[in-house]
Write a new protein. Sequence first.
Length: 288
Amino acid sequence: MYDFLIAPFAEFGFMQRALAGSLMLALGACPVGVFLMLRRMSLTGDAMAHAILPGAAAGFLLYGLQIVPMTIGGLIAGVIVALGAGAVSRFTVQREDASMAAFYLISLALGVLIVSLRGSSVDLMHVLFGTVLALNDDALTLIALISGITLLTLAIFWRALVTECLDPLFLRSVSRLGTPVHFIFLGLVVLNLVGGFQALGTLLSVGLMMLPAAAARFWTARVEPMCLVAFLFGAVSCIAGLLISYHASLPSGPAIILSAGVIYLASIFFGTRGVFNTKLRRHRHRTA
């Protein structure tokens, strides 16, 4: 048991850094995923994950695989896409989901093209799928900073965020925080996707944000416990994925996301608000 569960993290520094980085990612990204899900914006997270690619690719084109230029580029690209999609939906007849889809498809194609101009297929795979087992101290510092900013922002604007999820029109009628909180939240989404990009790549970073949050929805209806359960599921997914990756010699990023997927599928059936428990409660209600 020790050799399977503990030895990989106790004996190898790269496993320790991967575990620390992925757990810090889960700490910030999973609560953000809960709010995305409650706002019915889950696919927006996926679109924004693709949106950061051209900025990160531009940083790679100019400076190679350096964290700071790729992070700054990803942030700029994500903000541009978010503002652009919002402007199109506000000033034209097109809805935000369609404009977001258009922007993220353009961003994905542009990002892949930019990486291909300089890098090899290995570099492209690194940008798209990340290298959680190769996190260095700079990457860990960046992820820790993003997680800290996320938790602090959520603590400050918690009531406004929860209110906007339940009744955004009410929040705008009683407070001027409605619109600012919406853009602050989108900023948190972009920030956590950029952090996740360092470890899981642009295509998989949204998985750690959304799958634990979606699984937590089957266990509780309250926002605070849902955020906590989502983080716990995210942490378990990271640990399980890294262990599977180590022992089975599989890519670490996909292993983490598939572990989260298994938890999500199990929650659908066995969660306190899942299929089996819901049918059992209905059966008891009918027979009572």
